[in-house]
Design a protein around this ligand. Sequence first.
Ligand SMILES: Nc1ncnc2c1ncn2[C@@H]1O[C@H](COP(=O)(O)OP(=O)(O)O)[C@@H](O)[C@H]1O
Ligand SMILES: [Mg+2]
Length: 390
Amino acid sequence: MSLLILGAGPLQQQAYIRAKQRNIKTIGIDKDPHAIAFQHAHENYVIDICDTEGVLDVARARQVTAILTLCTDLAVLTAAQVAKQLNLPGLTTDTAKKSRHKGLMRDALNTAQVPIPNYRRTGDFAQAQKAADAIGLPVILKPTTSSGSRGVNVVCDMYELEHAFVFAQKYSEDQEVLVEQLIHGPEVSVETLSFNHDHHVIQITDKTTSLEPHFVELGHVQPTLLSTPEQSAVITVTKNALNALGCTYGASHTEIKLQEGTPYIMEVGARLGGDYITTDLVPLSTGVSMVDAVIDLALGKTPQLQSTKNQAAAICYIQAPPGTVQAVSGVFENFPYLMRAELFVQQGDSVRALQSSHHRAGYVICTGDTPSQAKRHAWQAAQSITIHVN
Ligand SMILES: Nc1ncnc2c1ncn2[C@@H]1O[C@H](COP(=O)(O)OP(=O)(O)O)[C@@H](O)[C@H]1O
Ligand SMILES: [Mg+2]
């Protein structure tokens, strides 16, 4: 039994660690020879996770019996293509393509009449102007292929459109940009596992993002504080979206905004939710290991999804003003509810203005008896660190 894991960055580590604990041989792939999770693998190969032929060569040579990625969106299509070639469990390549491209995703959801913002796809600025006119300001522009809120920008005035278009296009692999109706309201993500013709909702996460124009994710809390009817509506829309995209295998992470109680799909990731939502918050709040479940599904086994906990958990991202870090003061106190904390910056590093998830300075994960308490704990712990910049 050997498991090929695509990506060996920080968010993939749990796959390697759990597989090792379960005596499953792991083969790691990452283009970075110093990728952090390589230390836990039995064998490593320095290959780009988007290089399907390269990954396929390793998979064939090592006769792997399973392939997966945890949270790395970039690896979803490669995993599907390799699984297809080797007849292993995986997503269809059609579903993987739709999940990787926000334009294809919007079209599939639109055809299936799943509620989404009014949208247009274009690589041409003149068409983007027409789209913004037709949809009506304010609109949001975003790249069709990106993540972490990179290239996302709200436009409230036509004068801002060109800048936002160029900004979004910069991050789009195929130069295509989505022009969308701006949905106002709270945001959640739905963490699911799909197998045997069923979608299992493991948790719903409340999300906090920075304000317009960039909507960078600043924190996540579980379980959600949405009302029971709102949760039902969110679950129905999620399952409809997963069916429309063909996400019938493995983990998914569906982001939704509710406007006046009506859920609109922001996007669906055909993989586990990142930002430690599924690797850390879900086990803390429910006791379910979605990582184990993803490994089980890759191995062709039925996962154990029984919830054993009913606790609240939160992650709060640490922010710093833009500039060069002069000093970091304060320490994370050893509170019993502090589960994990990390700082990404140190003296001498430069911090950029918060335009995407990549510009966050660290994070704190805490538990609590209620979502509000977990959130407060995480925020307080984050406040104990000050990053001085000039
Ligand atoms: N049409 C929209 N209306 C309102 N907010 C949106 C819309 N599209 C995106 N957003 C906000 O921007 C964030 C990032 O957009 P998203 O499509 O999820 O891109 P990414 O792949 O970079 O996460 C979303 O989580 C949401 O907060
Ligand atoms: Mg998103």
